[in-house]
Write a protein that binds this ligand. Structure first.
Ligand SMILES: [Zn+2]
Length: 428
């Protein structure tokens, strides 16, 4: 036995709400139907609105409806030539026309843009008069069955684009965003940045991550990672570049092994094809110093993870001590494994960074005596630990430190990052 659903109370609630609205506002089929968009899958809002009007008209025979309400029930199926068509309070009876016009303009501008796209997203600017007036009507509706006019227009224009151009809607990483203006009836195409994920290996010292230009305009270092990344702009026809990296090594430290994770955000890329098939990565190089491998497209979430997900880092440090070192000193240094280091912001970066105390864990230390004054140390530590200060103590601002436990002043002369290991897996 079929039974009427009791989802929104009784079906009469829908009719009562419709009467409440229609006794105050003349609405076209579409604007009435939009108030019940969550009822009946696969229907168009104009069909919903019309069905309600038809049913209310059938009921009007034995009911007492005001003339205004009865007039409201005409709109939308009487042809204008019959002379009784009132304009819709919400859209001025223009919405169908606006949707058609915006669909045509969107299809046309995508065709003519010359941008190679396979996926798209439609957005509608907020704040149109239609939207404001619909909000007013929703105020007397008393049900939460409605959808916004922006959502309806997005959906209908999106369907037209898919139908005419065989493009796929993509809500997270579209190739192009089609922005619609309901008031001006305008279409604008926006190209979201293309984000590529990868890693960089820095085999030379005195190479900065970003170009370092002194106030007199001269360069402090001859090469930067960013400048090598800029080669990617040509490949994707981009207009600008943002480099996001998982931290930054000191200018005089190398980044070896697999290198440091990075994401490149390419603005206004008009080519978005990433190498497929056998060539699955893009390489950018400045021989013999910098190697960058970009291995896939990435999301905004990947950029966030790169910058915020905790990391562990493995370093190699060559350390000098002016006092002679013994096996006993090596043991004292290795005893710092598994300790928590308390570190105030190093003196050398105080100008740029706030003076705070950070606590970082040391996982493992292996020390080897190279000569009486030089040791080589491998350390695995939490990201964010300043290694140079962990060795020299920074006048007691880092504790414990190599200098503190051996009682011998020590300093790092060469530093390499061997591994940057993100604890959370980086989802592209
Ligand atoms: Zn309307």
């Amino acid at each position: 036995m079929e039974k009427l659903a009791d989802v929104w109370g009784y079906p009469s609630k829908i009719l009562e709400a419709s009467l409440r609205v229609l006794s105050r506002y003349q609405l076209c089929d579409r604007c009435l139907g939009r108030l019940f968009a969550r009822l009946g899958r696969g229907l168009d809002n104009a069909e919903r609105g019309r069905a309600i009007k038809v049913f209310l008209r059938m009921l009007s025979t034995n009911s007492e409806f005001s003339k205004k309400t009865l007039d409201s029930l005409q709109e939308g199926w009487l042809a204008p030539s019959e002379g009784r068509l009132e304009v819709c309070y919400v859209c001025g009876s223009k919405l169908d026309e606006i949707i058609l016009e915006l669909s045509d303009k969107a299809v046309k501008s995508l065709k003519e843009s010359g941008i190679k796209v396979s996926s798209f997203l439609v957005g509608v600017k907020a704040g149109s008069d239609i939207e404001k007036r619909q909000n007013e009507v929703i105020g007397v509706l008393g049900l939460d069955t409605w959808e916004s006019v922006r959502r309806e227009v997005k959906r209908l224009v999106g369907k037209a684009i898919t139908r005419e151009l065989s493009l796929t809607p993509d809500f997270t990483n579209p190739d192009v965003i089609v922005v619609l203006d309901l008031t001006e009836r305008k279409v604008e195409l926006r190209i979201p940045p293309l984000i590529l994920g990868g890693r960089y290996v820095k085999l030379g010292r005195f190479i900065s991550q970003m170009p370092w230009i002194r106030s007199n305009g001269s360069r402090k270092y001859r090469l930067s990672i960013y400048e090598v990344c800029e080669d990617v702009l040509r490949a994707f026809n981009g207009a600008g570049l943002v480099l996001h990296a998982a931290g930054r090594e000191d200018v005089d430290a190398r980044a070896l092994g697999d290198g440091r994770p990075l994401a490149l955000e390419i603005k206004e890329a008009t080519t978005k094809d990433f190498p497929q098939g056998e060539v699955k990565a893009l390489e950018l190089k400045r021989e013999p110093w910098i190697h960058i491998v970009l291995n896939s497209k990435a999301s905004r979430e990947y950029v966030r993870l790169i910058k915020t997900a905790p990391a562990r880092k493995t370093y190699r440090a060559v350390i000098f001590s002016s006092s002679k070192l013994s096996k006993d000193d090596l043991q004292k240094i290795e005893s710092l494994s598994h300790q928590i280091i308390s570190q105030r912001t190093p003196t050398r970066v105080l100008k740029r960074k706030k003076d705070i105390v950070r606590r970082r864990r040391v996982y493992e230390i292996n020390a080897t005596l190279i000569s009486e004054h030089v040791i080589e140390v491998l350390l695995r530590v939490d990201g964010g630990l300043y290694v140079k200060e962990f060795v020299d103590g920074d006048d007691g601002r880092t504790t414990p430190s190599f200098s503190e436990v051996t009682g011998k002043p020590m300093r790092v002369v060469l530093l390499d990052v061997l591994e940057v290991e993100k604890i959370q897996s980086l989802k592209k």
